[in-house]
Design a protein around this ligand. Structure first.
Ligand code: GLN
Length: 522
């Protein structure tokens, strides 16, 4: 068993997830890599957290709600992760308490060390039992109180599996203040000292900076931090070039010599990336939501657009439409080439989203609705086309005269909030001919879900008799809708962005961007 641990220093938000995913990608051709995320918060999972605070909630195929870094792992490694890979302090403490109540620790004082650290190690080992490499990302920054037990547990783990089977990678911010015009290494040195105090000597330091870090600075960091390899982790236009950037600075050789693993330069993405580098044409993609303050809230939607754009040889720019303000649909329609209304919850921004959907429908602007986006497209269609005045989703208006979107039957009795939605992968039956069938080229389509509401079966007839096509169903649950006689008006109850990657862009995003490109050229 080999262990690679990625820690972060100086600042949070440096991109540890992408760094870990990039290292994993270099190994994934020859080894089974199991990414594991250790998160210090006491929530059992991030499912109930605000995306503006925490970034998008990613949903795995098995229905677990996990940190957005799992999106990077799955996209970079081309794998499907499992719920066991997400280890939060909330999960760890729940387990410790369960065991304590059961009497597993009879006679003992239950303590952070060894009881909590033992549970962390046990969870890491059982999650990665099938793998050659456990790729462990420690959330937060070294020195944070809340991840101390994780740092201690990975230190012990390296002792257990043997130091020669462990590689510690530390991602540290190396600032280049404008008034000095040069990179400064002190913060990286000090965050490395925090690691050393905890008994961990980093083998590799990734010097994270806005601009490339030159050899002199790299050597200085190597000397002061006592580490053999320092890599410049500078900003790049396209995150998918990062594995290649790391590889070009010697990480492959370090992994090979220190762990005896076979790491390889990735080549599969090269031609797709070249195409996207050469692209000159740009598509303006409008994303309408209430969490637009933080792009990370819609991370997978943005990535799915980038995957499709790379395949179509175009660039993307994102127009963030904050629907919590009053919206002029037509003005927005002018400023974008297509619109996505992504998933969401609650009432804020709802009228703006409905207004944008109307503008797209009436003005032939390519539109993709995701989850809430489908539900609101149905509300808009019911009001404008079926004449159902006041139609709404009961999530917002429990007394609407026309509950065209209503709570799922199985959700009615549920009172607990955490992990209780309809979650994970479900297979829809696709009708033929339809745009959705044409895009997927399959009769059955599996996508991931995260919702409590659905299109009310009592309204199926009236909606479809007015021209709304239900192009995919899961029993009587509407999974895909579309409008014929529109350049592209498609929505899904699922989250197809979660399965998109650079090798295999999500078909609905391909359809949306292709339609936008076509409109733009005609
Ligand atoms: N709020 C809606 C529901 O719970 C949509 C959820 C979503 O967009 N993920 O059904």
């Amino acid at each position: 068993m080999k262990v690679i641990v990625v820690t972060g220093g100086v600042l949070s938000g440096l991109g540890k997830g992408i760094a870990a995913a990039s290292i994993g990608q270099l190994l994934s051709k020859n080894h089974v890599v199991c990414p594991i995320k250790l998160d210090g918060y006491l929530n059992v999972d991030p499912g109930t957290m605000n995306p503006v605070e925490h970034g998008e909630v990613f949903v795995l195929a098995d229905g677990s709600e996990v940190d957005m870094d799992f999106g990077h792992y799955e996209r970079f490694l081309g794998i499907t992760c499992s719920r066991d890979s997400s280890i939060t302090m909330g999960k760890v403490y729940s387990l410790v308490h369960e065991r304590e109540r059961r009497g597993d620790y009879l006679g003992k004082t239950v303590q952070l060390i060894p009881h909590v650290t033992d549970v962390i190690k046990e969870l890491i080992l059982s999650a990665s039992a099938h793998a050659d490499v456990a790729l462990i990302e420690v959330g937060g920054t070294v020195g944070d109180i809340e991840n101390e037990m994780f740092i201690e547990a990975v230190r012990q783990l390296s002792q257990d599996v043997g130091r020669k089977n462990t590689l510690f990678v530390h991602l540290a911010y190396v600032p280049r203040p404008g008034w000095l015009g040069e990179h400064k290494t002190k913060p990286a040195q000090q965050s490395t000292q925090l690691l050393l105090q905890r008994g961990i000597i980093p083998d590799v330091i990734i010097a994270r900076s806005e601009t490339p870090v030159d050899d002199t600075i790299k050597q200085k960091i190597a000397r002061f931090c006592n580490c053999s390899l320092v890599i410049s982790g500078h900003d790049v236009r396209d995150v998918y070039t990062i594995p290649l950037n790391f590889a070009s600075q010697g990480i492959v050789e370090t992994i090979t010599s220190s762990l005896g693993l076979r790491a390889e330069h990735p080549d599969a993405w090269q031609s797709i990336l070249n195409q996207s580098v050469q692209a000159t044409e740009e598509l303006r993609i409008g994303i309408a939501g209430k969490y637009t303050a933080l792009e990370d809230s819609y991370a997978s939607v943005v990535e799915a657009c980038r995957h499709a754009a790379a395949h179509l040889g175009v660039r993307t720019s994102f127009v963030w439409i904050d629907t919590s303000h009053t919206i002029d649909g037509l003005k927005i329609a002018d400023a974008v080439d297509c619109v996505i209304v992504p998933g969401g919850f609650g009432g804020r921004g709802i009228d703006g989203k409905i207004e944008i959907i109307r503008a797209c429908r009436e003005n032939n602007i390519p539109f993709l609705g995701i989850c809430y986006g489908l539900q609101l497209a149905v509300v808009e269609f019911a009001r404008s086309i079926c004449g159902l005045t006041g139609a709404h989703t009961t999530e917002i208006d429990a007394n609407t005269p026309h509950p065209v979107v209503d709570i799922l039957e199985e959700q009615r009795e549920i009172t607990q909030k955490g992990g209780t939605m309809r979650l994970g992968e479900y297979e829809a039956q696709i009708i033929q001919p339809s745009i959705v069938h044409q895009l997927y080229g399959q009769d059955r389509v599996s996508e991931r879900h995260r919702h409590r509401y659905e299109v009310n079966p009592k309204y199926h007839d009236i909606l479809s008799s007015h021209g709304l096509v239900f192009s995919g169903m899961y029993n009587d649950l509407v999974e895909f809708i579309e409008l014929p006689n529109h350049p592209f008006f498609v929505a899904t109850q699922a989250h197809p962005e979660l399965k998109s990657n650079l090798d295999k862009p999500a078909p609905l995003f391909m359809g949306l961007l292709r339609a936008a490109l076509h409109q733009e050229r005609s």
